[in-house]
Design a protein around this ligand. Structure first.
Ligand code: LLP
Length: 420
């Protein structure tokens, strides 16, 4: 199997031991990616990419801090060992970044003194009304965006994210009127590997800093560090030094104009975990629809939704369960078990089903979707009453369960049958 650190026999063993569908995370890959991003002053893990408690806790052990976008993510961060608190001059371990507070989030922020990165002016007033007086950072919408699909574009006047760049001064006034200071700026635009675009985001950060003035102590470059999903293009990773260089240049420019040091943070999700993760399924049917060959597997978009949702490409490997050589290739469509035609892993944006060159396989063989560690298990659902798959981590040569497969009882436990 290409592009993996995990020996093939470990996949086979894991399928026998834990069943399929199964998420597998490689600890060494996560550790390696954390190290690579450490060129920034501070690395904040966007846990939305993979919120498994063992994964968060591993990332924490690598010295990264964490982002939380909901009450549930605050709870997870605390459970994984991070502490609340936003003392002056200290990097907060947990930052809540969102465009709204719901009641639960506001309560948890207050109770644990969680640092807040506000994405709407209303959040400032709501914090003040809740009696919170702390330093804040602002997520800025610089007026333009980027993203690997329309659904992941995070800036511009059609994006719901962040505070419009022209409103920064009003937010400063609103915060000050309520005894709070804005000490940080954050931009998550998702430029990916487009360094020219990234440079314009960094420039927009310099512009935004002029609207904020001398209270600025932190800038965050957000996430969006790309990984390569196509196996043919796999090679050296993004030029981290160049990525950092663009942001460090902006930081230095800002420092020069305000006359003191500014901390530079980055907030990756995908980069830290995507390549560590695999979704393993079993081929349960091999059938022909006209001229097209279909492999139907026991994982669907309830497990990995990215192909259905964005037309995302994931490398696919096949492992013969009986150890035979897989020399022959065929063109096949890979579909899942759901009662929905969009439940196909080989499709392009817009829902166009395509075939993939894959080894000739038979029922019982294993099919592995690569680079599924980010926004994989995280975006799973119970649609069609399918249970959340188990998650295991490959560590020190063995597979350890980090999330049990959901039981039918757990799936049903909050449903109630009322009297009729
Ligand atoms: N920071 C903020 C404020 C974000 O909204 C995000 C992602 C990140 C950091 C991390 O971005 P990353 O480094 O992972 O690209 N479900 C989509 C991605 C949605 C990203 C949402 N926000 C996917 O599967 O590609």
């Amino acid at each position: 199997m290409k592009n993996t650190n995990i020996p093939e026999e470990q996949f086979v063993k894991a399928a026998a031991q834990f069943g399929t569908p199964l998420w597998i995370y490689d600890r060494a890959t996560i550790e390696q990616r954390c190290k690579e991003v450490k060129v920034f002053d501070n690395v904040r893990f966007a846990q939305k990419a993979c919120p498994n408690l063992s994964v968060i806790s591993l990332v924490r052990k690598q010295g990264c801090v964490v982002d939380a976008v909901s009450a549930g993510e605050i709870v997870r961060a605390l459970k994984a060992g991070y502490k609340g608190g936003c003392e002056k001059g200290k990097v907060p371990e947990i930052v809540y970044t969102a465009d709204i507070f719901d009641k639960d989030a506001l309560e948890l922020v207050k109770e644990h003194n969680i640092a807040v990165n506000v994405g709407s002016p209303d959040m400032i007033q709501q914090l003040a009304d809740a009696g919170v007086k702390s330093e804040l950072t602002i997520r800025v919408n610089p007026g333009f965006g980027h993203g690997h699909s329309r659904k992941t574009n995070t800036g511009g006047d059609l994006s719901k994210h962040g505070i419009w760049h022209e409103q920064i001064k009003d937010c400063v006034k609103l915060a000050q009127a309520n005894g709070m200071w804005i000490t940080g700026l954050h931009m998550h635009i998702g430029s990916g590997s487009d360094f020219e675009h990234l440079a314009s985001v960094a420039e927009a950060m310099c512009d935004a800093s002029r609207r904020l003035g001398s209270h600025l102590r932190t800038i965050s470059a957000g996430g969006g560090l790309p990984i390569e999903y196509h196996e043919e293009n796999k090679g050296p990773h993004i030029d981290m030094a160049a990525y950092y260089g663009i942001w460090d240049g902006a930081r230095k420019k800002i420092q020069q104009s305000i006359g003191h040091d500014v901390h530079l943070e980055v907030e990756p999700g995908r980069y830290l975990v995507a390549e560590s993760g695999y979704l393993m399924a079993e081929i349960r049917a091999v059938k022909k629809q006209g001229d097209n060959l279909f492999y139907i597997v026991d994982a669907g978009f309830t497990d990995l939704v990215r192909p259905s949702f964005y037309g995302s490409y994931h490398q696919i490997s096949v492992i013969a369960r009986d150890g035979r050589e897989l020399n022959e290739t065929v063109d096949a469509v890979v579909g899942g078990p759901l009662c929905e035609s969009g439940d196909v892993f080989t499709q392009e944006e817009g829902g166009f089903v395509v075939t993939r060159k894959l080894p000739k396989a038979k029922v019982g063989d294993l099919l592995v979707l690569h680079d599924a560690g980010a926004y994989g298990a995280a975006m799973s659902s119970n649609y069609n009453s399918r249970r959340y798959a188990a998650e295991v981590m490959y560590t020190n040569g063995e597979m350890k369960v980090v999330r049990e497969r959901q039981s039918f009882e757990q799936m049903l436990q909050n449903d109630k049958i009322i009297e009729f």
